[in-house]
Design a protein around this ligand. Structure first.
Ligand code: GDP
Ligand code: IMO
Ligand code: MG
Length: 424
């Protein structure tokens, strides 16, 4: 048995949560492998809507176990709030034994968030546009070998370890200026630490490999998107983890030869939230129309997402990096009222035509070369079978499959679980 991976091919918010929820009945285990509560994964079913930040999107199915893997960074306060909200809505994954935490996952401290905010405010115009959840500073402490992990919470000297790391942070923060009061947050943090002790702690590497040995099916759920990858994204306008397939290996403890199918998910257009290059961005009324029709406002921060046309060179890059075997196209319905849509096939840079994302993309701002595509001008939200797909949309799908050289297996035509069409 191998692990299938589902991840975003653009700048995040492609609709990963929805598709994990749709595919979940095929799997025994859903495992988040990187990122933290910077993620906001939205699921809709039975007229209910949920946004998950840390918890894997398999939580609404009774038979599936959900693992928060070692590559994830956990804010105990947010995790507790997510579980409290789920409980209020009638779902109790902890009580039902459906959620486990990797002992080796790192903890986000209140002072990590203060460091994130201080660093961002110092950068002025060049800021990353971080979600201010403390993600970058927590991964810095992980790689700097200072971090606190979930497994540490049960050690007798946890409080001392916490104080030591906090002191280090306060020392750094004092160089930025006055340190904001965080007493209330600290109290909530320490209470949430007690709470997360009630969630079973596991070694994700043993759990996942044992599942595979027993012939069980595992789906790794990515967060963010490939173009936000710490190594291959538009650095420094990226997140602090490997969002690519390789991240699933290190973020769960599985060998590369245990990776099976890789489902790459993308919107029929493109969005980005936060700073950084976005070659196909539409900073005009067309972009505003996409934003309104697609409800492109952050699930975690509520920020307006930047919008633009689909970017084929960027998608090809993401497909290459991840070894994508099947594609999932989301939010086709958002384009329902467009007479014409566009796809970026190449970029123009220095009078030259290129088909890759250049190293200095942050400074040179390559101009997109757009190809005109006929719109379908039809409401897609009610269609459920591939036979109902209008010709113009079928042509767009065929066009993308030819350009990307990977089949599109699923098509999404609305936020609800049921608004999903199997194409292959
Ligand atoms: P994720 O972070 O990749 O899980 O994506 P988000 O949840 O942040 O953003 C996707 C948004 O689009 C959510 O509000 C979803 O409910 C919504 N959505 C997902 N698929 C579709 C679709 O096919 N059509 C429309 N209109 N909305 C969708
Ligand atoms: P999901 O999983 C979209 C962006 C932020 C910022 C950059 C760094 O919902 O797709 P960070 O807080 O990680 O230090 O921010 O990354 N970002 C996301 N954009 N979707 C996400 O997650 C994101 N998580 C982080 O906006 O530009
Ligand atoms: Mg999101």
């Amino acid at each position: 048995m191998q692990v299938d991976v589902l991840l975003g091919l653009q700048w995040g918010d492609e609709g990963k949560g929805k598709i994990v929820d749709v595919l979940c009945p095929q799997y025994d285990l859903i495992a988040r492998f990187q990122g933290g509560p910077n993620a906001g994964h939205t699921l809709e079913f039975d007229n209910k809507k949920f946004v998950l930040n840390t918890i894997p999107s398999g939580i609404f199915h009774t038979k599936t176990l959900n693992l928060i893997g070692n590559g994830v960074v956990i804010d105990p306060i947010i995790l507790k709030r997510e579980l409290d909200n789920l409980k209020a809505a009638g779902f109790d994954p902890v009580g039902a034994g459906k959620l486990v935490l990797a002992r080796k996952a790192h903890l986000i401290l209140p002072t990590h968030q203060l460091l994130d905010a201080a660093s961002e405010s110092k950068m002025g115009d060049g800021k990353i546009g971080s979600t201010l959840k403390g993600i970058g500073p927590t991964y810095m402490d992980k790689t700097g070998r200072n971090g606190l992990r979930v497994g540490d919470t049960t050690l007798p000297d946890f409080k001392e370890r916490y104080e030591k790391l906090k002191e280090k942070h306060l020392n750094i923060l004092s160089h930025y200026g006055e340190v904001p009061d965080f007493k209330e947050r600290e109290e909530a943090f320490l209470a949430a630490i007690e709470f997360i002790k009630s969630i079973p702690h596991v070694d994700s590497e043993h759990l996942v490999n044992q599942y595979l040995k027993e012939g069980k099916k595992v789906l790794a759920e990515g967060a963010q998107g490939t173009l936000l990858d710490i190594d291959f994204g538009s650095y420094p306008f990226v997140t602090s983890s490997n969002t690519t397939t390789a991240g699933a290996c290190t973020g769960l403890g599985i060998a590369p030869n245990k990776i099976g199918g890789v489902l790459g998910i993308f919107k029929a257009y493109c969005t980005r939230v936060g700073g950084g290059p976005f070659p196909t961005e539409l900073d005009n009324e067309v972009g505003e129309k996409l934003r309104q029709l697609g409800h492109e406002f952050g699930a975690t921060t509520g920020r307006a997402r930047r919008t633009g046309w689909i970017d084929i060179p960027a998608l090809k890059y993401a497909i290459m990096l991840n070894g994508v075997t099947e594609l999932v196209m989301m939010k086709a319905d958002v384009l329902d009222t467009f007479e014409t849509i566009y796809a970026c096939t190449h970029y123009k840079h220095d009078g030259e035509v290129i088909d890759y994302m250049p190293y200095d993309i942050n400074s040179i701002k390559p101009e997109p070369i757009l190809e005109e595509i006929e719109g379908w001008n039809q409401d897609l939200t009610g269609i459920r079978t591939k036979e109902e797909i209008p010709t113009a949309l079928a042509n767009y799908i065929a066009y993308l499959e030819k350009a990307l050289e990977v089949p599109i297996k699923y098509l999404s035509v609305g936020p609800d679980r049921t608004q999903t069409i199997i194409l292959k």
